[in-house]
Design a protein around this ligand. Structure first.
Ligand SMILES: Nc1ncnc2c1ncn2[C@@H]1O[C@H](COP(=O)(O)OP(=O)(O)OP(=O)(O)O)[C@@H](O)[C@H]1O
Ligand SMILES: [Mg+2]
Length: 259
């Protein structure tokens, strides 16, 4: 199995607004095993998005190395798909055409790529009646489902998700989280997902990495061993509560001012 992600002493810094250097991340070192689902939690500005961009090959670290299956990551890879808070759909393309875009860029025949896109709709929780709708006709949740479809159609080995559901209302978010869990259960990609929601992280993850304030370092590595499949109701269980307590304690440590 492939999709093994490694970070070795990764550091990222930026030019500071007033001059000098702004340390944003690290040093951080970690391993994510093939097929593992890891959530990243940490204060705003601690470098989570920076880390996602480094792992996605969109940005080079200032120091250290990131590897995909032992190869240094220096540019985007077709095996790795990224998804962000904004769906970034093309407004002039239909749902199916948006989902099929990565295959179009690869030169896959129209009939074949549209069929592949149509095939994904039920798993994304999108009714067939929306196949020919335009993004302007979709709710925020539906747009993110389409964006997820555009990522999944590439059959990536690694999914890098940066607060993909951050802008959605709580109920939509819960439903789409469950759908993502099913997709992952079926495909077993490696997933690294940034979220600010502790319950969502526990529901989804095999392991949660908690980051300190900027420059973000990993201050806790919390395995989530709750049995799968997990359901929303599991979040009321004692076992879930115990993990939540452990995660909250680590998050409090990262936000000392909040006590
Ligand atoms: N392109 C950039 N140029 C300069 N500074 C940047 C750039 N991108 C990020 N930063 C700075 O680096 C730090 C980390 O930013 P980053 O977006 O990685 O944090 P984050 O953990 O994703 O935060 P949030 O939870 O708010 O999304 C911040 O202080 C930010 O201002
Ligand atoms: Mg961010």
């Amino acid at each position: 199995m492939t999709g093994h992600i490694t970070g070795r002493n990764l550091v990222a810094s930026y030019p500071a607004p007033g001059g000098g250097i702004l340390p944003a991340l690290g040093p951080v070192s970690f391993d994510v095993a093939p097929g593992e689902f890891v959530c990243l939690l940490g204060p705003s500005g601690c470098g989570k998005s920076t880390l996602i961009r480094i792992l996605g090959g969109l940005q080079l670290p200032s120091q250290g190395q990131a590897f995909l299956d032992g190869s240094l990551i220096t540019q985007p890879s077709p095996q790795v798909a990224l998804m962000f808070q904004e769906s970034n759909l093309m407004p002039w393309r239909t749902v199916l055409q948006n989902i099929a875009l990565p295959l179009e860029l690869k030169g896959v025949e129209k009939v074949e790529r549209m069929e592949a896109a149509r095939h994904l709709l039920p798993g994304l929780g999108l009714g067939a009646e929306f196949a020919d709708a335009y993004p302007g006709e979709l709710s925020g949740g539906m747009a993110q489902r389409v964006a997820l479809g555009r990522v999944l159609i590439q059959r990536p080995e690694v999914l890098l998700l940066d607060e993909p559901f951050g802008a959605l209302d709580a109920l939509t978010r819960e439903q789409i989280t469950l759908d993502l869990m099913q997709v992952w259960a079926a495909e077993q990609q490696t997933v690294i997902m940034v979220t600010h929601n502790i319950n969502e992280a526990i529901l989804l993850a095999d392991r949660i990495l908690v980051f300190s304030q900027r420059p973000g370092r990993i201050i806790a590595n919390i395995p989530v061993t709750l049995p799968r499949p997990r359901r929303i109701d599991d979040s009321y269980s004692d076992a879930f509560g115990q993990v939540a307590q452990q995660v909250r304690a680590a998050v409090r440590q990262a936000h000392p001012v909040m006590g």
